[in-house]
Structure formats: C-alpha cells, structure tokens
Design a protein around this ligand. Structure first.
Ligand SMILES: Nc1ncnc2c1ncn2[C@@H]1O[C@H](COP(=O)(O)OP(=O)(O)OP(=O)(O)O)[C@@H](O)[C@H]1O
Ligand SMILES: [Mg+2]
Length: 235
C-alpha cells in the first residue's frame, strides 16, 4: 500500500534520512521505532507531504505521491496523527473533529455520521464535545488527535508517538484503540519511542538509527533480538 524506496532528505546540510526504504501492506500494523532524533517524525512528515525528499520515491497504492501537496495526500487516504498531538486549546472537541474532515466537509450528513462514529470509539469525547480541548487531560487530547485523524476517512493512518507523556493505564488504552482501528480495516504505521508497546502491537517493525533503517522484520522476532532488546527494551 505504502512504499518508501531510498528516501533521502536533508535539513540544511544534515542528512536526516539516508536511503530509507520501508513498506506497509494493506491491513498491516507496522511500527517504526528508534531513539530520539533518529528521524521517525521526519519519515511521517515526508509521507504526509510536509517535507519533500531530495532523492528516492514514495508510492501509495502504486502511485508516486512525493511532491504532491499535503492536502492532496490526505484526500488520497493518508491521515497523520502528529507528534505532541497538535491540539488547539481554545477550540472545542467538536470543532477539532470538523477540522479533521476539511478535505470532505461539503456533506453535512456524512460529517455528522463520521463524528458519531468517533464518539462511539471515544465516548468520553462525546461527553466533552463542547468543552475546549485545552481543558482535556493528556489522554483525552490524544484521543481527540486520533479522532481528528480518522475524520478524513483514511485508509492508512500514521501515528507519531501516541503514548508520549501518558500514564501507563492510558498508554494501554491508546494501544488497544490503535489495534481496534486496524481491526476496523484501517492500515496503520505507528511511530514509537516506546518500543515495547510498538513491538507488542505491530505485525512488523523497522528500526531507524540516525536516518537509516538498520533492522526490520516480524515484530515478535525483533522483540526477541538481543541487540533490539539491549538498545530499545531496557536490556
Ligand atoms: N526543522 C528542523 N530543522 C533542522 N533539523 C531538524 C528539524 N527537525 C528535525 N531536525 C533534525 O532531524 C533529525 C531527525 O529528527 P526527527 O524529529 O525526525 O527525529 P525523531 O526520531 O522523530 O525524534 P524524537 O523521538 O525525539 O521525536 C534530528 O537530528 C533533528 O535534529
Ligand atoms: Mg519524533
């Protein structure tokens, strides 16, 4: 479904991505793990069209998408739930969800249906629909960021560190929600520094180190790999 082939990207003079190749098949849950500054967010921002690679290709459903605008990429079916949630504190829950549907906002009935579907997945958001997002807890804000991403009806949803800064119970809940979203037919690319969580949820995973993919394989096998264990799973 999604394929990056030898994607290289510079920020200034620094090569932040170095010939990154990875694939996500339809229906898969694929994790991308790596330390601080490895380039994980850059990979997602490049797929989303927010950054343009200096070399390499990105295809979605076989068609090249690198260089297409980010709004066109959302329309093609790729949603991005960004790092640090990017919630607007002064906007309501409901307004965030409407905003998530900006590429297909003309059908009011569909919009209402989609908001109801998000509320079914996250009942707490329904209770708080008129509340300002800044008054939500961290976990609720993460649910809102996920719900907003789902509002574009993606076939591929990318999550950037959804567990960051959350209490252990909420981390588990968010993990379960991501598994449920995949179960409903959405393909998932999950970026996490929490490798234990990501490798538990994913079918396959890639390890990114200073802009290069250094390991990839079945998530279970990577979790059992002594090198991965030492570097990312706390020994
Ligand atoms: N706007 C920018 N300008 C220049 N360099 C940047 C910019 N954003 C990120 N970088 C650099 O790109 C590299 C990769 O950053 P990126 O944010 O993709 O890493 P990451 O794996 O997501 O890290 P983290 O786990 O901390 O979120 C880092 O060396 C970072 O300093
Ligand atoms: Mg990041």
């Amino acid at each position: 479904m999604l394929a990056l082939a030898d994607v290289t990207l510079y920020r200034g003079n620094t090569r932040v991505l170095d010939a990154v190749s990875l694939e996500v098949a339809e229906g898969e849950l694929v994790a991308l793990i790596g330390a601080n500054g490895a380039g994980k967010t850059t990979v997602l921002r490049t797929v989303s069209g927010l950054l343009v690679p200096s070399a390499g290709t990105i295809t979605f459903g076989g068609k090249p998408i690198h260089g297409a605008g980010s709004d066109a990429i959302v329309r093609m079916g790729i949603a991005h739930c960004p790092e640090e949630r990017k919630i607007w504190p002064e906007m309501s829950v409901h307004e965030h969800l409407e905003l998530g549907a900006f590429v297909r906002r003309n059908n009011a009935a569909e919009l209402r249906q989609d908001i109801e579907r998000v509320f079914e997945t996250f009942p707490i958001l329904k209770e708080r629909r008129d509340q300002l997002a800044g008054t939500l807890s961290g976990g609720q804000q993460q649910m809102l960021a996920i719900g907003r991403a789902l509002m574009s009806r993606p076939t591929l949803c990318m999550f950037d560190e959804p567990s960051l800064g959350l209490a252990p119970m909420m981390v588990e809940a968010i993990g379960e929600m991501i598994v449920r979203i995949r179960g409903q037919g959405t393909t998932v690319l999950l970026v996490e520094q929490n490798a234990a969580l990501a490798l538990r949820l994913a079918d396959r995973a890639y390890v990114l180190e200073t802009g290069r993919v250094t390991l990839s394989g079945r998530a279970k096998e990577l979790a059992a790999n002594p090198e991965v264990h030492r570097a990312y799973l706390g020994g």
